[in-house]
Design a protein around this ligand. Sequence first.
Ligand SMILES: [Zn+2]
Length: 281
Amino acid sequence: MIKMRFPGGVKKALTLSYDDGCYDDIRLMELMDRYGIKGTFNISSGLYRPEGTQPEGPWPRLTRNEALKHYKEHGVEVAVHGYVHRDFTRLTDAELCYEISADRAALEKDYGVVVRGAAYPYGSYNDRAVEALRANGIKYCRTVGTREDFMLPQDWLRLHATAHHANPRLLELTREFLELETDEPRLFYLWGHTPEFRRDGNWQVIEDFMRLVSEHKDELWLATNIDICEYHMAFMALERSVSPDSRLIYNPTAKEVWMASGGWVTEGEPFSVKPGCTIKY
Ligand SMILES: [Zn+2]
């Protein structure tokens, strides 16, 4: 039995995403850099704060120039959140495509990257929204459903998080994840909005979370949403010989993919297949 491992052979990955392109994202990114955490920022690029105004009120957004400077400087993933944050389930097909594609196009033009990720505005989704995302080339989209578990998503276009940062069990769940003895790949996914830290006076919570995670970083793959999504897709795209005698694995993708072979309970050392290569295990 072949079991996926993350890059370097580790079994656990951790990521986060924060929505709305808010001014307080800057402080979060500084903390992420300090503790080596990677993540994704979902931006409604039709709703930047006007240039030359101050970040005031309970939910200040970044201006386009501030956003460009800070998201680029910190090397985070930028992803779609609806061009003007309209509820995907309340739009015509044409409006829905525009919300996705106009946001994607604006981000691609500004950031010089091909954007493939998204989060649902208001967490609101249905089958039609999922199909529109697929048709517009989006590979994953996060809901606001939280599972309090560490399973990899079955469906990346209906991606549920492990927890919101205000979950009173956040640190408990984090410890549970870090201490988990597992044979299968596991994912911890945190989400939220950074103005909530200002409103709730709980920046300490996220710093405690990050410090705890960073103490275990040798056992973790700290990555952005799209890194993990596309790595999982690369694993799923591996081709394997059919007979149990042959034990060949071919990697047709452009990523080195890690795995371990074992039985239901036993497991071997992790190994990898380089892009375009075939190995016998
Ligand atoms: Zn939002």
